[in-house]
Design a protein around this ligand. Structure first.
Ligand code: FMN
Length: 158
């Protein structure tokens, strides 16, 4: 079987943006993790895909709420990416955000955000792929935070 760490190194050549995917538990609790395994899937209906590690502490909350928000990070939000890429602690402490219409946190300063209802979940090895139908979205814009070869990057001149 092909080695997972080697696959991470190989796929590190595929430059991506960085997002924080959030959800909630219906009892006031909010959860989120840094993720770049996301993509648009369909325009009609409008669908997005997020891939979440079974080992993530936030993993069960996506099944419970059946909603998620995708927050696309800006160049000035690397510290948030680092915080949400570690398990534990109060990740949202001091992080300005509001709750979307579906209840998931939308972070201030995100370049774009989408709120989605989960319409399908597919087992995929050590991850689960959640397909979400977009209920609301907007794109305030700005310079992106990028991830390439295992490191954060910024656009030249950005
Ligand atoms: C740039 C970057 C991209 C990541 N992409 C994903 C991803 O797409 N899916 C995922 O499950 N974890 C991803 N991770 C790892 C999670 O952020 C990490 O496991 C986090 O600790 C999970 O938080 P939790 O345990 O509080 O849920 C990524 C980490 C980084 C730094």
């Amino acid at each position: 079987m092909f080695d997972g760490k080697e696959l991470r190194r190989v796929m590190g050549q595929f430059a991506t943006g960085v997002t924080i995917i959030t959800t909630h538990d219906g009892a006031g609790g909010v959860y989120g993790l840094t993720a770049n395994a996301i993509t648009s899937v369909s325009l009609v209906p409008p669908l997005l895909l997020v891939c979440i590690d079974r080992k993530a502490e936030s993993f069960p909350h996506f099944f419970a709420s059946r909603v998620f928000a995708v927050n696309v990070l800006g160049a000035a939000q690397e510290h948030l990416s680092a915080r949400f890429a570690k398990s534990g602690g109060d990740k949202f402490a001091g992080v300005e955000h509001r709750r979307g219409t579906l209840g998931a946190p939308i972070l201030d300063g995100a370049l774009a955000w989408t709120e989605c209802r989960i319409v399908a979940s597919h087992e995929a090895g050590d991850h689960v792929m959640h397909v979400g139908e977009v209920a609301a979205a907007d794109a305030p814009g700005g310079d992106p935070l990028l991830f390439f070869q295992g490191r954060y990057r910024r656009l030249a001149g950005g």
